[in-house]
Ligand binder design. Structure first.
Ligand code: GTP
Ligand code: MG
Length: 342
């Protein structure tokens, strides 16, 4: 069920940014479609009509983009943080790029006004002025050609970021590469996920859901992380940290005691320690995977994604923790919303 309080990904509508070639084709088709008719009583009125149409069509295009710009400008810190590594130049640059395109609308409006005045003054030169207007207007638009292209490309990367569901309990499954994160999220939630034949298979944040009659739990499958400072991490590691920093209410940290991907237990524990250090208040449940092959701890949750061992217990534990979270979050509020479906 859709949560009413969802914060949608503000980059989704970046797909509305047109490329220069698309705008050019669209505008010229439109202005070519108007010709002499009863409303055009004198020859000089046709160029004026075309200039007016050009300017108003362009304004309408930019008006759509303005809404997108405002959404992005007021974006949740999660999305701002994502831009810092998913958009060349960062969030500030994204805002500047959008503003550059928005400003072109005003320039074209002024050009249109001036050329219409010129035509009224010198009616015989109306066709020359029309051509001059089109040349100068297209120059203004073309100046943003690279930026438009950059924004469209960025849309591909930014569009995949999840919506935010502030009123739903969110669990992030994290750990070193290839420890069984995607397998676990798939097993807990029934979501079909790509299970790796090699480390670093997961490159984006995937979402699965556990629901019961009372509430829902969002479970994030994240890219594997290494033991290194975040600034040195890959874009994929940064995505995992972004989830930890801004969205996760709870962390399931996976450890593969068989060290099957070559990350030793010591190494995996170092990753765990650095998460604890960076996020001292984050509740973390450490879970060992590959219990079908090896089990080294008797006081931790041990599961096998292959045989299903321990999965039900882990799921029940998460439901118990979620129940507590929902109780604490909503039971003392002014009105008691229906859990998970707000
Ligand atoms: N024997 C055994 N194999 C497992 C278990 N969990 C996962 N695997 C295997 O380990 C490999 C990696 O599993 P994934 O679920 O893709 O691991 P991941 O942590 O998501 O990997 P990345 O996305 O690359 O970080 C796959 O071949 C799985 O079949 C487990 O509990 N037991
Ligand atoms: Mg994975």
């Amino acid at each position: 069920m859709e949560s009413k309080n969802k914060i949608p990904n503000p980059f989704r509508d970046l797909s509305k940014v047109s490329l220069f070639e698309e705008i050019e084709k669209w505008l010229f088709n439109k202005i070519a479609s108007i010709s002499f008719d009863a409303s055009v009583k004198s020859a000089f009125l046709l160029p004026i009509k075309k200039i007016k149409l050009f300017s108003s069509l362009y304004s309408s295009k930019i008006f759509e983009l303005k809404k997108v710009y405002l959404q992005i400008k007021n974006a949740h810190p999660f999305y701002v943080g994502a831009c810092e590594f998913l958009y060349e130049g960062g969030f500030g640059c994204l805002i500047n790029d959008l503003e550059k395109i928005l400003q072109s609308e005003r320039k074209i409006r002024i050009l249109a006004r001036n050329y219409i005045k010129a035509i009224i003054k010198e009616k015989t030169k109306s066709n020359i002025f029309l051509k001059q207007f089109l040349g100068r207007a297209m120059y203004v638009i073309r100046k943003n050609s690279y930026t438009m292209h950059k924004l469209r490309e960025a849309h591909k990367k930014l569009n995949e970021l999840p919506d935010i569901e502030p009123n739903v309990f969110k669990v992030a499954v994290v750990g070193a590469p290839f420890v069984g994160k995607s397998s676990l999220v798939a097993n807990l939630t029934g979501k079909k996920l790509e299970i790796g034949k090699y480390p670093f298979t997961t490159k984006r944040i995937n979402i699965g859901r556990i629901s019961n009659e009372k509430f829902e739990i969002v479970v994030y499958d994240t890219p594997g992380i290494l033991d290194r400072p975040l600034e040195k991490g890959s874009v994929y590691e940064k995505k995992a940290y972004l989830i930890l920093k801004y969205l996760a209410d709870f962390v399931v940290f996976l450890i593969d005691p068989t060290e099957s991907a070559g990350y030793s237990l010591v190494y995996q524990n170092r990753i765990l320690s650095s998460i604890k250090k960076t996020m001292p208040t984050m509740p973390i449940l450490v879970v060992e995977t590959h219990a079908d092959l090896l089990q080294i701890s008797d006081n931790r949750f041990c599961i096998s994604n292959v045989t299903g061992f321990g999965l039900d217990d882990l799921k029940q534990e998460l439901i118990k923790i979620a129940e507590q979270w929902y109780y604490e979050k909503f039971s003392h509020g002014p009105s008691k919303p229906q859990l998970g479906h707000l």
